[in-house]
Ligand binder design. Structure first.
Ligand code: SIN
Length: 541
């Protein structure tokens, strides 16, 4: 890979979303402040507390509102006797299309089995085979069965519950739910000192921390169609960029090929492990089309399957395709995939007779806050891990089920780093004031802007992209920004809207700048991969 990234100019943004006056704001202190309750945040909390830190873990909503909790398929790790680290590393690199960070890939893959076993010890009920070994299955891009699952297709919940129980057993961790962080606070030298947040009672408070770990998760809710929970609005990316962090790979949003498509119902993930175990994709004419697009058919990588579905939808003038699991044994299906079984039954789909309507939707933000292999960002005292971070593991395309693994590995690393720093002197109370002049521009209805923004992203910064719509999107988003970013809001809907406009503009800009196709980023006007110019990252610095 060409180590020299392509640099785009960071957006010019007001430093803080809300006015700050330390003299009039309640203040708390901790050693280590963790934002986010997915696998990365929880794992970081355990490590930091075990290393002696007083930890405060903040969740935007509840402990359960995370992409981790909703994960179905599983966690990828070398657990099979015929598998090897070399093979998992190779599959991750091949899927990542030439821009993964090899050292990171090696580190994550090699740490995997130990961390999965640790989860078992902490009570995660991984499904087992008759001989007692962990049951593993296939997903696209994996040359060996290596996806461990728990409670059938309820893997995320099983992992999160084990981690939450462990977190709750540690006295040094204070959990705070329903707390919205508006910004990271930085010193005049640019070091991270903690956050400004709004607590459950609607009061603003400042939390000073020796180290802050950003584990705020994903951004699927920037799109009209997504598998992600409500909270996944990309706030962590926006607060990081306002604080001076480098963001990279913002053009790489991964779309999951199969989300249940029932008009009027909210979208729900239909796990890829179904295809791993033999589900067939058919178009509305009952044609099994995948072999036409790739020799690996249903098990080609997600970008290929998503584009194939889109193309088949266009060819057949349909809003969806189907997953065919009529050949699955009903009893086995109900036991192995209990979540999906319940879901399809709730829509009167009888899997032995009916096909399941599906189409792709936004699933996983590959880009994020640039970190090194110690989870450090470019801001002193600020670490990032999990989906909000860009560690270099995924390159231009994430191999299925590598993300829970990445969250565990880098959560632990970030927690260790925090523990090393917690012996340092505490962050003392700093006096400062930040005022924001009143806007004299018109007010827009943020709910309306958000709906329009999500549709715009789906249409113009979606599975396939073209220069003109990408440029148009930037103009439209910039227009909304002029009327939304200059306001002071006092509740999450307004702040989320400001953050989403910030992140979406960066995504559209990066997607316009990458005039090639690579991994999940597909340009209809530049369908080839251009290694000469683009075998590298795009960064906002
Ligand atoms: C799935 O179960 O298909 C999602 C797994 C992942 O995104 O890694």
């Amino acid at each position: 890979m060409n180590d020299k990234a392509i640099i785009l100019k960071k957006p010019e943004l007001r430093r803080y979303l809300v006015p700050v006056n330390t003299a009039a704001t309640q203040q708390l202190f901790t050693d280590c402040l963790i934002l986010g309750s997915g696998v990365a945040g929880l794992r970081a909390a355990i490590e930091a507390a075990s290393g002696g830190c007083e930890v405060v873990l903040l969740c935007k909503k509840t402990l359960q509102d995370s992409n981790t909790w909703n994960a179905q398929g599983g966690i990828a790790s070398v657990l099979g006797s015929d598998d090897s680290f070399a093979s998992h590393i190779e599959d991750t690199l091949t899927t990542g299309c030439g821009i993964n960070d090899r050292d990171t890939v090696e580190q994550v893959v090699k740490d995997g089995p130990g961390l999965v076993k640790e989860l078992l010890k902490w009570g995660a009920e991984f499904d087992k085979q008759k001989d007692g070994s962990i049951s593993i299955t296939f997903e696209g891009g994996h040359s060996h069965a290596r996806v461990a699952h728990a409670l059938g297709d309820n893997t995320g919940k099983a992992i999160a519950e084990a981690l939450i129980n462990k977190v709750k057993s540690l006295d040094k961790i204070t959990l705070i739910e329903n707390c919205y962080v508006t910004d990271l606070i930085t010193s005049d030298d640019g070091d991270c000192l903690g956050v400004i947040s709004q607590n459950q009672k609607g009061m603003m408070e400042i939390i000073w921390a020796k180290t802050t770990i950003l584990a705020t998760g994903g951004a699927g809710r920037l799109y009209r169609e997504t598998t992600n929970p409500e909270g996944a609005t990309g706030d962590g990316l926006a607060i990081a960029v306002r604080a001076g962090a480098i963001l990279r790979d913002m053009e790489f949003m991964q779309f999951h090929p199969t989300t249940l498509y029932i008009a009027g119902a909210s979208r729900a993930l239909i796990t890829e492990t179904l295809r791993g175990e033999g589900a067939i994709l058919r178009d509305v004419n009952n044609y099994a089309f995948m072999a036409e697009y790739h020799p690996d058919a249903e098990l080609a990588s997600r970008d290929i399957v998503s584009r194939a579905i889109l193309s088949q939808m266009l060819k057949t003038n349909a809003t969806h395709v189907f997953l065919d699991i009529r050949h699955f044994k009903k009893d086995y299906f109900a036991k192995r995939f209990p979540l999906i079984s319940e879901l399809v039954e709730s829509f009167d789909i009888d899997i032995s007779k009916d096909l399941i309507p599906v189409r792709p939707s936004a699933h996983y933000m590959i880009g994020g806050v640039k970190t090194d292999n110690q989870a450090r960002t470019n801001i002193a005292n600020l670490f990032a891990c999990g989906e909000v971070a860009s560690t270099g593991l995924h390159g231009a395309n994430r191999l299925g089920s590598n993300s829970l693994l990445e969250g565990l590995v880098f959560g632990r690393i970030a927690g260790q780093a925090a523990a090393q720093q917690c012996g340092k002197d505490g962050v003392s109370l700093k006096k400062f004031r930040y005022d924001i002049p009143q806007s004299d521009r018109s007010r827009l209805d943020t709910a309306d802007v958000l709906n329009s923004l999500r549709s715009l992203m789906w249409r113009n910064v979606g599975i396939t992209r073209l220069a003109k719509p990408l440029v148009e999107s930037q103009e439209i988003i910039s227009f909304w920004q002029r009327y939304v970013l200059d306001k002071v809001f006092d509740s999450p809907q307004g702040w989320e809207c400001q953050n989403m406009l910030t992140v979406c503009l960066m995504m559209a800009k990066a997607a316009e700048a990458r005039t090639e196709s690579r991994g999940v980023h597909f340009r209809n006007d530049f369908p080839q991969t251009d290694d000469k110019k683009f075998k590298t990252h795009i960064e906002f610095a």
